[in-house]
Design a protein around this ligand. Sequence first.
Ligand code: SIN
Ligand code: FE2
Length: 206
Amino acid sequence: MSAQNLPPEGFQMLPGYFDRPNQEALVETLRAALHDAPLFLPVMPRTGKPFSVRMSNCGPLGWVSDIKGYRYQPTHPATGKPWPPIPQALLELWKDVAPDAPSPEACLINYYEPGTKMGLHQDKDEATFDAPVVSVSLGDTATFRIGGTSRGGKTSSMRLASGDVVVLGGDARLAYHGIDRILTGTSTLLKNGGRINLTLRRVTKP
Ligand code: SIN
Ligand code: FE2
């Protein structure tokens, strides 16, 4: 068997896609969205063990995790209200990097306080894997780890800085990935430090 390429084919990293003024504008928009749809602390299915990061969403569907499982739903678990719309700048990003894909339906907002992380996982709760997963990093730099499509395989790691965009398409669409650590104090973008990651996804078959 030939060694698998890492990162897999279909992985794209676009360093500095958003410049500082555009990052600031995006943070302002997110502040308003998070006012309507506050960050919540998800817990793992079955065990109820809390995640390390807090989350919210925008878009017609949002990803949630609770004791019953992982799923997408149209409303915030605490407020019961629909999620706020996906910011225009993110819809334009999607058009730019995934011109052939149907429009995104979910934008997961992850907030990493200093000291938090995200274990290796696949994004596979969607009904279609044809569209890529597109993600934006804001704030402190993170160490991102990516492997192949089998658990326990080889991985490689890289740093994601504020404004960087990652695309998981093609063979990378179901690649294991996670965040090892947040490099505290590496960005002045967020008043209280830490990192925001935005993940755009198509959820349903078009
Ligand atoms: C995720 O996979 O949900 C987040 C990845 C990241 O924070 O860059
Ligand atoms: Fe993910």
